[in-house]
Ligand binder design. Structure first.
Ligand SMILES: Cc1ncc(COP(=O)(O)O)c(C=O)c1O
Length: 476
């Protein structure tokens, strides 16, 4: 007999009813077209990608300059078309490759950073406007930000941080411009509630900033990632509006910008079932049943595209914020996109080392090129560039990486013919949170190759060497 069941007898019916609801919920609208588009693009670029593999070796990241420039332009133009006075701050954390960041700055994007390392990089790359976020800025980082107050805005994350900033008496030739980060609340916040403060505390922090010499309050900030529709942004704008209504007219006049963060989910990848509530339930049921109950392992929710976000956001700002007395009508709207800008501009090129079974292969690069759980959460098309087949077709083939880790696996399928040793494969849309969060586990960090707008390829960074990882002086 179970002496300490997890659920009490009275809780059980409600839990079972909820589980049943989850299992019976219809899937959101699906769209696999972007996956097909990504496969087609890789196949069209096949000859240059095979040349890159031959000339520079694998594994490597391949960045397309034309895709990067096009996406940066598409993002900023969409908001301009809707009459939003938008400023785009590229989130360095998505991919901090200096070439890439500098190229985006040339396209008019500024920088969003969350650490002293990133801040130093943005300063060194000559970025003119930098937003400094994060819940744990050190005194040293705050001093660096203050020294560059002409270029940096500090977004305060919590009351302790503001007290520390006030105590530090940061040296600044000019006032330090500040924003306050809002906790987006239970309805939309999800795991992002770690950041920011409640609306009540936001009002308090704004007043403290305004009352402090040397500090200047200019903005409201919020952020959540993985958004597939405009609704979370609409809700965030309504939360901002409720805070603004509680300020006096004089206080409202200080507001220069609202910052809606990043979080726009790009098209071109799927979500693994395991990364959904229903998927985890199914897997538990399958483990209990001892057999596979459901065939599919991925879902492909329709992701809104940027013009859809732009029109919904501009409409909500007009309705909820610009209608508040005292708010400037030429309010700046800041964004901090990372994933949307860079994800579809980089792919990972690998080579098949061996066949394990008829439909399983090991390739020379694995999840050390991205991060530990990535492929358990996301589906990315893997394309056989050496043997694409007549019409791109997805075949069952488990594609494993080289690490001594059974979870080192890219996909259960491969587009094109079944790979044989020597075939070069392309893992599409791996530009965000891959090289910037790559693991140093077992293998060297991989190099970057650039496909230039003029159609040539050149190396941007070198493969990590033994001496670089283990400097000679360590052995003296
Ligand atoms: C404050 C902030 N801004 C922007 C981003 C970029 O988000 P995404 O890459 O989802 O656009 C992040 C990501 O974690 C973030 O924490």
């Amino acid at each position: 007999m179970i002496s300490n069941p997890i659920l009490t007898t009275s809780q059980r019916p409600a839990v079972l009813a909820r589980l049943k609801d989850v299992l019976m919920e219809p899937l959101a609208e699906e769209d696999k077209t972007p996956i097909h588009d990504s496969v087609r693009l890789a196949t069209e670029r096949r000859s240059i990608l095979l040349k890159v593999a031959g000339d520079f070796g694998t594994p490597c990241y391949v960045l397309s300059e034309s895709d990067l420039v096009e996406r940066a332009g598409n993002f900023t133009r969409a908001f301009a078309r809707c009459g939003v006075r938008a400023e785009t701050f590229y989130a360095y954390k998505a991919n901090e490759l200096p070439y890439l960041c500098r190229r985006l700055h040339r396209e008019g994007l500024d920088a969003e950073v969350v650490s002293g390392m990133e801040l130093q990089l943005a300063l060194k790359l000559g970025c003119k406007q930098i937003l400094f976020n994060g819940p744990a800025k050190s005194d040293e980082e705050l001093r660096l930000a203050a020294q560059h107050a002409d270029r940096v805005w500090l977004h305060v994350d919590h009351a302790n941080e503001l007290s520390r900033i006030r105590r530090l008496k940061l040296p600044a030739g000019r006032p330090i411009r500040m924003g306050v980060r809002i906790d987006p609340g239970a309805r939309i916040g999800g795991t992002w509630r770690k950041f920011g403060v409640s609306p009540d505390d936001t009002v308090k922090l704004i007043r403290q900033i305004i009352a402090t010499r040397g500090l200047k309050w200019e903005g409201l900030h919020g952020h959540m990632s993985w958004n597939t529709s405009p609704e979370p942004y609409r809700e965030l704008i309504r939360i901002f509006a409720r805070v603004l209504r509680r300020l006096s007219l004089k206080e409202r006049a200080c507001l220069q910008y609202i910052d809606l963060g990043g979080g726009f989910y790009p098209r071109g990848e799927g979500i693994r079932l395991l990364d959904t509530a229903i998927g985890r339930l199914i897997l538990v049921a399958e483990a209990e049943a001892g057999c596979r109950l459901v065939d599919r392992r991925e879902i492909f929710p329709r992701m809104a595209d940027i013009p859809e976000y732009a029109s919904a956001i501009s409409e909500e700002i007009s309705r909820s914020i610009l209608s508040i007395p005292g708010i400037r009508q030429d309010l700046i709207v800041r964004f901090e996109p990372g994933r949307w800008i860079v994800n579809n501009t980089v792919g990972i090129l690998v080579t098949t080392l061996t066949k394990k079974r008829r439909d399983a292969v090991i390739v020379d690069g694995g999840i050390h090129l991205t991060h530990d759980r990535r492929m358990e959460e996301e589906y990315h098309p893997v394309v056989n560039l050496s043997r694409p087949g007549h019409a791109p077709r997805e075949r069952k083939c488990r594609v494993f990486g080289p690490m001594c880790d059974p979870n080192d696996w890219w996909s259960d399928t491969c587009w094109g013919d079944l790979p044989v040793p020597g075939d070069h494969l392309w893992v599409a849309n791996m530009g965000a949170y891959s090289s910037s969060s790559a693991m140093r586990f077992l293998f060297p960090l991989a190099p970057y190759v650039l496909l230039t707008k003029s159609g040539t390829a050149r190396k941007l960074t070198e493969r990590e060497s033994f001496d670089r990882r283990y400097p000679r002086e360590w052995f003296r």
